[in-house]
Ligand binder design. Structure first.
Ligand SMILES: [Zn+2]
Length: 375
């Protein structure tokens, strides 16, 4: 039996013990320091613990318009009363909008992060620093749960306390080994009139308002801090085309490394991409001819963005005029992207993308094989 394997697998949940995952062995184990942070105030770098404004109709109206939410209880007292409320209510999912500091504060924070000066000494910064030190430098948000106690109404002023609710032991996930961190935000409401107006509100006053407030909502926000893979992830398979009754023949031909062109059997007109009827005579009858694969570059683009993980970039894509007369869109290969010139002579090769998909790639007529590029 293998003690090493057993300790790594079966005792993986024991983050602080001797059974740490082997991929974390090169890093320190801060389990004890992290456990001490659970329950502490998180601090909200981009959120305000006291909502800058009371719940108000203009913000609600902007929000529901931006979201396309047409429920009348958010904009009409009459509709709200018909639905059983005293007056119009704020959309529950707008919860976090009330405590956002705004665009300028967010941009300032982003700039500080980019400059590496955003780290402070609060519990959240300490926690993130410890996790980074454990090698868990990547982060992804995994889920957000909100529970609503009662609808927010105009005049509610929100006060929020956020705590580190839990920090999990290291887990193995599809992204990598890491810890799940759950932050909980408790929202209470106080009447706007209870908040000192026109003067800064001290942290002690905010705490007193929170203690006096009525609980209205809870939000849990969970992230995964994880060890980034030390090798690039395998390139995902090329997306599969949508095969239809009309185009199936073309992809079947490609799998046999044949470049097929649809031909109207009534008038002989060639057509591509595949269509059920002839644009020239309207006939539904057709067969195919196999193209020689020779053609010229009619037009092309070189795609840089947006990037899809299945492809290599820059990605040259050509509109190729086949010598038979039809045009076909396909990847270009066998040369650097800047070497393609409109009018240049090309020939088709086929690249297999697994057993179920082969596609033509057009290469300069005089080039050697481009097979295996997979682009
Ligand atoms: Zn026809």
């Amino acid at each position: 039996m293998s003690a090493v394997a057993e300790s790594g697998r079966s005792r993986g949940s024991d983050a602080g013990g001797s059974g740490r995952f082997e991929e974390l062995a090169a890093y320190p184990d801060h389990s004890a320091e992290l456990a001490a942070l659970v329950g502490q105030d998180l601090g909200l770098p981009n959120l305000s613990p006291l909502s800058p404004h009371a719940v108000n109709e203009p913000m609600i109206r902007h929000w529901v318009e931006a979201m396309g939410d047409q429920n009348p209880v958010y904009v009409s007292d009459v509709a709200a009363r018909e639905a059983g409320y005293d007056r119009l209510i704020a959309p529950p999912t707008m919860l976090q909008a009330w405590i956002m500091r705004g665009l300028r504060a967010s941009m300032t924070l982003e700039e500080a992060r980019a400059a590496g000066t955003a780290q402070g000494s609060g519990p959240n910064d300490v926690m993130m620093g410890l996790l980074d030190d454990e090698g868990l430098t990547s982060v992804v948000a995994t889920n957000c749960e909100q529970h609503y106690g009662r609808p927010l109404v105009v005049g509610d002023r929100l006060v929020v306390r956020s705590v580190i609710e839990s920090i999990s032991d290291p887990k193995r996930t599809a992204l990598g080994t890491g810890r799940f961190i759950t932050n909980r935000m408790d929202y209470v409401a106080v009447p706007d009139a209870d908040v000192p107006a026109g003067v800064p509100v001290s942290p002690e006053q905010v705490q007193a308002l929170f203690d006096a407030g009525e609980p209205v909502a809870t939000q849990r926000f969970r992230i995964l801090k994880y060890l980034p893979p030390d090798r690039p992830l395998a390139r995902p398979p090329r997306p599969r085309p949508a095969i239809t009754h009309d185009n199936a023949f073309w992809f079947e031909g490609a799998r046999a490394h044949e470049l097929l062109i649809q031909r109207c059997t009534s008038c002989g007109t060639l057509r591509h991409p595949p269509l059920p009827a002839c644009a020239n005579c309207g006939s539904l009858e057709w067969d195919t001819v196999e193209a020689s694969g020779r053609g010229t570059l009619y037009s092309y683009v070189v795609v840089h963005y947006p990037q899809v993980a299945a492809f290599e970039y820059p990605l040259p894509i050509g509109l190729v005029e086949l010598e038979e007369g039809t045009r076909v869109v396909a990847n270009l290969g066998g040369a650097e992207p800047d070497q393609f010139v409109i009018g240049m002579e090309l020939r088709a090769e086929f690249v297999d993308h697994g057993e179920d998909l082969s596609l033509p790639v057009f290469v300069p007529a005089g080039s050697t094989s481009a097979s295996g590029e997979g682009s």
